[in-house]
Design a protein. Structure first.
Length: 116
């Protein structure tokens, strides 16, 4: 059941991101200065954390969608749905750990400074 809830939440989050992305990109045609101003507000550590969450949500949503498709269209899908969920969780973790490292590297250096 929790995978069903997570699928709905990640789908809604992705939808709202895409909606905001279309709106802020549309500003280019209206006012390039306004667009530059909006984009400048995105360059902070809080938004970087939100981007990491977005990547995690999209990745989970896509992989779980493939799992749901397998459950629906593979005759043995319902039998192996729990095992497929754990595979999805393991692959998600294997992909997210390096993604978080590389995505947050700049933010950590910005907050705590560089070693040089």
């Amino acid at each position: 059941m929790w995978s069903w809830v997570a699928q709905r939440i990640t789908g809604a989050l992705t939808f709202f991101f895409l909606f905001a992305h279309v709106l802020d990109t549309a500003l280019v045609r209206v006012s390039p200065e306004a667009y530059d101003s909006v984009i400048a507000t995105y360059k902070n550590p809080v938004v970087n954390l939100m981007e990491v969450g977005l990547v995690g949500a999209v990745l989970y949503h896509a992989m779980n969608g493939l799992r749901v498709t397998a459950i629906d269209f593979w005759s043995k899908g319902p039998k192996y749905q729990r095992q497929m969920l754990w595979v999805i969780v393991a692959v998600w973790l294997l992909l997210m750990v390096p993604a978080v490292f590389f995505m947050l590297q700049h933010t950590v250096l910005e907050i705590f400074g560089s070693e040089s």
